[in-house]
Design a protein around this ligand. Sequence first.
Ligand code: NAP
Length: 203
Amino acid sequence: MDVLKKIGIMGGTFDPIHYGHLVTAEAAYYEYGLDRIYFIPSGQPPHKKGRHVTSAEDRLLMTHLATAANPHFYTSDLEIKRQGYTYTVDTIRQLHQMMPETEIYFITGADAFSEILTWKDPVTLLNSCDMVAATRPGYTRSRVIDQVEEIMGNNADRLHFLEVPALAISSSDIRQRVHDKKPIRYLLPESVENYIYKHQLYR
Ligand code: NAP
C-alpha cells in the first residue's frame, strides 16, 4: 500500500456515535483532502472520572458498525487497548511513530477542543498535528482560542474550524431520549440503534 499522505483522527467518547460525527468526518475528509479517517473511541477518559461512561467494548463495537459501510472510514482500538487513562498527546505521538511520513489532522468537537489547555501537555499536542474543531450551529469562539493561537505561533494556520449543522445531534440527547423511551431513529445509523436496544444501553 502507498504511504498515506494525510489522515484524519476522529477523537471522541462516541457514547453513542451518531450522524453528527459521521457527517463531520466526511466533511473533513473532503475539506482537507484526507486519505482516510480513523475513528478512535477514547479508552478511559481522564476528564470523565466519576461519571458513568458506557463500556469501551460497546462504544468500540457501535463505532465499527457505524463506519463499516464507508470505504475511507476505519475504526481503531488504539486508545481502548491502552491501560489507564488515555491522553490525546500520547495517541498522536504513537501515530507519528507508526506513520512517520503521514500528516495528522485531529478532529473533535469545538466544545471539547475549548478545554484543550487543561489536557495533558497541550503545547506539545498543539504543535504535533493539525487541529480541526467541529462547530455546532450558533457556536461562538471562546477566549481560549486566542490563547491556543498564541501557543501555536507560526503554526496557528494548522487550527481549523469546520461548521457542521448536523452536529445539532448530540450523544447526550440520544442517551436521554432512549431513557425517556422517545424515538432516536434517523439520528444515528440503524445498526447502532439496534445495538443500543439489543444491549439495553441508556435505560
Ligand atoms: P466531550 O467532553 O464528551 O464532548 C464535548 C463536546 O464535543 C460534546 O458536545 C461532543 O458531542 C462533541 N464532540 C466530541 N467528539 C466529537 C467529534 N469527534 N466530532 C464532533 N463532535 C464531537 O468530549 P470527548 O468526546 O470525551 O472527547 C473528545 C476528544 O478529546 C477525545 O478524543 C478525547 O480523548 C480528547 N480529550 C483528551 C483529553 C486529554 O488528552 N487529557 C482530555 C479531554 C478530551 P457528542 O457528545 O455528541 O459527541
